[in-house]
Design a protein. Sequence first.
Length: 408
Amino acid sequence: MAATKMSFRGILSAVILLFSEGLILQGPSSPLVAQLGGVLRLPCSVETPLPLDDLEVEWRRTDSKALVHLFQEGESRPESQSDAYRDRAHFFTEREIAKGNYSLLLRNVTTDDAGTYSCGVYTNEETGEIAVEIEAIEHLVLTGADHAVTAYVGEEVILNCSVDSHIPPEEVSWAKVDSDESHMLVLLFQDNETYPGDSSYQGRTEFFTSEIPKGNFSLRLKDVRTEDKGEYICKAHSGLLSANTTVILQELGLSSMHILVLVLCCSAIIVALVVSAMILLDVKDITQRALRMHYVLVFGPSVLMFTAFVLWGVIEGFLGEVVICSTLNLIRFILLFKTSLYQEKLPEIIKTIIEKSFYYEYIIVVNVLFFVIFYSVWSVGRESKAMALMFIMYGSSLHIDREGYIRV
Ligand SMILES: *[C@@H]1O[C@H](CO)[C@@H](O)[C@H](O)[C@H]1NC(C)=O
Ligand SMILES: *[C@@H]1O[C@H](CO)[C@@H](O)[C@H](O)[C@H]1NC(C)=O
Ligand SMILES: *[C@@H]1O[C@H](CO)[C@@H](O)[C@H](O)[C@H]1NC(C)=O
Ligand SMILES: *[C@@H]1O[C@H](CO)[C@@H](O)[C@H](O)[C@H]1NC(C)=O
Ligand SMILES: *[C@@H]1O[C@H](CO)[C@@H](O)[C@H](O)[C@H]1NC(C)=O
Ligand SMILES: *[C@@H]1O[C@H](CO)[C@@H](O)[C@H](O)[C@H]1NC(C)=O
């Protein structure tokens, strides 16, 4: 009776061994994707827990056969790990192993971690093995410009920066690298919003909003100024990932507006020389000659130079300089008439205008000058606000008397 029982059990276990195709292991349903520097779980588990004493779990790379992690004789064996995975690959807990969860935790993922792994589970009776694939290690790659970019003052330029990854970056910033290696923010994209950078770039920079979903974070810099020349850095972040690329904005050429300014300045000289020469040869009456000369010198070069100054200021965007220079230029008209040798020969209307405007011009110039100085000092910083106020107090204490002398 007992013998039959024994043999029955023996036959039963032999049948089970014969028909079992090893352990059924559960792995991931699809290849895994990890983030560079991130943490990744490589799943591997059995339905019914196995006794720990004769259990062996072995994670290996199928390509290099490197041992990733080993569980043997009831404990983890970190000493047998291959160097590439030392301190990076762990089982979850002893409790998870007891429950039949042999998943591996891989930290500080590197690009070399992509590949196929095997999770082998061995007991005295059964064995099982599955393959787990890490298909891709995501990382941000930024592409900038392949060569330095040339720009023209007053015109616009596009600085390339595109993000090549399936993950949309959380933050992309453009900054200018100053001579002391410090960065000045030019434009920022964060949480789907665009934020302006330093005040010197405000209103002159933008992203191509419709291009952002395609990963094109190129910067459009309008109204390029001479001081914009230099190195720009485009940086992107997404979770743990970050990347950067630089674009050099080089040697700024002369734009059509600059050429116009040059032409205006040159014609001022030509007008003054040629017209004066013509008058000298043509007009015999010395008084008439002097008067005409005066008109030419007042209206020719002065008007041309005045226009050139205004244009220059518009191109370069220096409001203070434009205001001062054009005001000073305006007063030259009056001064040139005021110092005329033949004032009494001038038409009545011009004489009256000169008389009236001389006084007011000075007031305007002084006020404009002080306003510009005040404004530039005020906008530098908090400490300079007091200095700016002192300027204003000093300025308001100046008086111009009827003879045109400035008195305090
Ligand atoms: C993983 O990265 C963290 C921080 O990034 C670092 O402190 C740690 O030493 C790294 N561990 C290994 C094993 O490289
Ligand atoms: C294995 O353990 C980890 C950590 O507790 C858990 O996230 C994972 O879902 C577990 N897997 C299974 C199949 O139970
Ligand atoms: C910027 O990107 C565009 C489109 O890819 C390309 O045609 C152009 O040459 C790039 N500019 C630079 C300076 O690399
Ligand atoms: C970001 O903006 C785009 C377009 O405005 C929108 O389609 C997208 O859903 C937004 N994403 C987030 C995370 O708000
Ligand atoms: C980004 O978009 C702008 C505007 O369409 C285009 O001029 C530029 O070449 C694009 N840059 C890249 C790198 O595709
Ligand atoms: C730019 O990226 C390189 C690595 O690609 C890194 O060494 C450098 O610190 C980064 N620069 C900045 C300003 O983030």
